[in-house]
Write a protein that binds this ligand. Sequence first.
Ligand code: G6P
Length: 635
Amino acid sequence: MKVRFFIIVLLFTCFYSPIINPCSIVAFIGNVLCKVRLLTKELPRLEYRGYDSAGFACHDVVTNDIVVLKKPGKLDVLKELALKSPCDGYAAIGHTRWATHGGATEVNAHPHVSEDGKLVLVHNGVIENHYQIKQQLIKQGVQFRSETDTEVMTQLLAKCIEKAGDLKKGVLACVKQLKGACSCVALHKDFPDMLIVVRQRSPLCIGLAKDGMHVASDFLAFADKTDTVFFMPESSIAFVKAESINAFDYDGNALPIELKQVHLQPSAYEKLDHDHFMLKEIYEQRVAIERTVAYYNSLGDDLWDLLGLTKEQVENLKSMNLFGCGTSWHAARIGQFFFESIADLPTAVHLASEFRYMKFFAPKNSLFVAISQSGETADTLELIRYFKEQDAHVITLTNSPMSSMVRETDGHLLLKAGPEIAVASTKAFSTQLTGLYWLAHRIALQKGLIDELEMRQAEHDLCYAAQVLEKTIEQYKIDIISDAAYYAQFQRIMYLGRHVSYPFALEGALKLKEISYIFAQGYPAGELKHGSIALIDEHTPIVLFSHQDPIIYQKLISNAQEVKARKGHLVSFVFEGQDELIALSDKVYIIPRVAPLLEPLAMTGVMQFFAYQIALVLGRDIDKPRNLAKAVTVE
Ligand code: G6P
């Protein structure tokens, strides 16, 4: 293919992880008909981002018109309709939606069509001032069909292009009026050889392939077609033709097309022989942890540059602040024990969605760590901005090197989990624990609290815990599979832990409820007697995560006895030699002993596999549980 545009080739090889927002966009313009590919290859790869409805539109080669097809529900519903339809084109757009404004109905599904029928658009994000713009457009006589913010953008863009009488001027006039996340791709009847692309907040990238240009929210969509990618910069527009990209900033200045080489093995985004991505990702954890440790070990003093810190700043650190949402918040809660025990740093943990309503007492010499698989979660991003306004030094621990969090923070430490596709987080969680444990040791080393030997021992301990994580799944696999039907019949299950195993119990409960829809609650074991014990009877199994510390273990035995005295069914994750707890339990998973504080990591595999098998018995859509999205970019 002859490429006729200005190229700065920036060779860059990374272990790519996806950037994720609810809703996915794919688009193509080139020299082959693309309906089948977009619907059967590219959209399915991104469907984990949102699956309330799906849509497709193309410049149809038969009718010479734009054809739009959309359906509520999963992509398969649309696929059936679209593959039967004779329409097809050399330029097309596709979308899966995670509903924000307006229910998951056909009329609210993307693509949206302007009133004059000329512009057809798919969008990813939330337009914050859609209400005001809608009122202005209504005054001008525009009639709306849907309840979505996306239709507002569609109508506005069509009007702006019409009014300007010039495509570029029209697009620029439109984007300057929009606030919030308004990344989109549009087809226009008058420009059949072109895709109109806007990137504002939500990511969009363009792949240059032999057959044409592939546009997507995530490189995963077209990773089998090309390694050569243009990641659109923030607040930019592009006019994409089969053989050219013209990109501009919002002032209309031409932007260089900086191409990056991104290598991703097909095994990273295919299920291979696993039934679900979640299962594949559970099994990938040992390797992901080892890869993460090896990467950190290779960093040497470059680490401090990556984190935007000088050695003096590290030596003077007085406290840590960890924050995130969902599973990442649980990792932060466990990480608190690492920084306090290993690096002697008082550590506060904040739930990103709640902290902004609290008074902030800016501590001096504190490191703020945003923990996020996707690097795109809106609540966490907003808290980053809030902390940065207070002059805090904020870094991110994330799986997504190209994410907003990497761009907006003062430094970053990457997880090397690889793409995590299943909505329920598995290997991101275990590599987050790895990152936090390793960083606590590295800071302790810099502060002179531990020596090199202890640092290497910590790395070894992480890799050993990773082996335990994997081996115990193999050991208990048959047991868990055969017991799953029994646990699947309960309406509620309680998860208990103490010390480091309490936040792990929160994660255990979250894993079960998000994929099985069984009500599960994580609770501090010691608090049971202060109220929740009222719930215990033969209909409420208790999952108890033990601890190696002899004092904490003794207390957990008392809690187990409280459960048994009330006819509770007790499932215990115990460590080798904890015979008293084994004797009290109805079901046990015995875990080999690991370094203190790495207990959650060692128990992670069996905990996740247990939840997975129960959800499987219940016939749940494990990779795409109802109502969820992989990362939530709305507050
Ligand atoms: C969503 C996902 C959770 C995830 C949370 C935080 O709620 O369903 O699995 O833990 O977002 O996501 P992040 O990408 O910031 O780790």
